[in-house]
Design a protein around this ligand. Structure first.
Ligand code: ZN
Length: 274
């Protein structure tokens, strides 16, 4: 079965060749791979220079160049970093990167600070993969990560985006936000600007309930499988996550093989316009 991991983080030292080897070992055909976060572990008042941003963008582009058909590189945007919008544009237009990853680090998805990034992504026609749900890093920032805050994207109808972790623990809220965007698209799922990135977040005890709700409401064509690991952890983690989700979808929820293939591969392919 073809597997597309929609959510993987670079640490910053990987070579493209080693990422390909890890993907092969993990049974992952394609991956959405996020650059290292520029300014990781720094306070929000500590300036992040354009040179630091550029280094993370150049790294993910170098990794992607090992096999751009299998590796979809994304710029992890820090909206407070110097020259962020220009570096996103350079990464996408000059280096062929595919989109942007964002985690609200003491900023809200509704803030003025992030509007230029939304506008640039609408202009470039490329998607944003957002974190949503409880946040185990970035200090006390979970309050900025409620799924409903992303309703702000309704003002940017040209921006495709995904919300990660099915918004756990705000799974119902995340699914409702999907409904809100589908309504904004005239109730036509094919025109809806939102996808749900189902990478873990939901512990095992919540996983069945989350998928039992998300599958019929959103449809598997809008639910993307993801691991939320790093290339180094992929070979160990991915087969476990695939096996657990496959068991739930096939044996508990009773999905067809075509629906299962949509979940593990097709939904992400559609996210990229495939
Ligand atoms: Zn992640």
């Amino acid at each position: 079965m073809r597997i597309w991991d929609c959510h993987c983080h670079l640490r910053g030292e990987e070579s493209g060749q080693c990422v390909i080897e890890q993907m092969d070992a993990a049974g992952i055909e394609k991956v959405n791979l996020f650059s290292r976060y520029p300014g990781r572990g720094r306070g929000t008042d500590d300036p992040v220079t354009r040179a630091e941003v550029r280094e993370t963008v150049d790294h993910v582009a170098a990794v992607q160049s090992a096999d751009p058909a299998r590796i979809h590189g994304l710029v992890f945007a820090n909206p407070r970093a110097e020259g962020m919008v220009e570096e996103i544009e350079r990464g996408i237009v000059e280096l062929g990167l595919r989109g942007v990853k964002m985690i609200p680090d003491h900023w809200s998805p509704t803030d003025d600070l992030v509007q230029p990034i939304y506008a640039k992504m609408a202009e470039l026609g490329k998607p944003i993969q957002f974190h949503a749900g409880i946040l185990y890093g970035f200090g006390d920032s979970s309050r900025f990560c409620r799924p409903v805050l992303y309703e702000a994207l309704v003002n940017h109808p040209g921006v495709r985006f995904s919300l990660a972790h099915i918004g756990w623990p705000w799974v119902d809220e995340c699914i409702a936000v999907f409904g809100r965007f589908r309504a904004a698209a005239g109730y036509q799922t094919a025109k809806c600007q939102m996808w749900v990135d189902t990478c873990r977040g939901t512990p095992d005890g919540w996983r069945e309930e989350a998928l039992r709700k998300a599958v019929p409401f959103c449809g598997v064509e809008r639910l993307m499988f993801g691991v939320d690991g790093t290339p180094a952890s992929m070979a160990e983690q991915a087969p476990v996550h695939v096996r657990k989700d496959l068991d739930l979808l096939r044996n508990v929820l009773g999905l067809s093989q075509a629906q299962i293939e949509m979940y593990f591969y097709g939904a992400c392919e559609a996210f990229w316009g495939g």
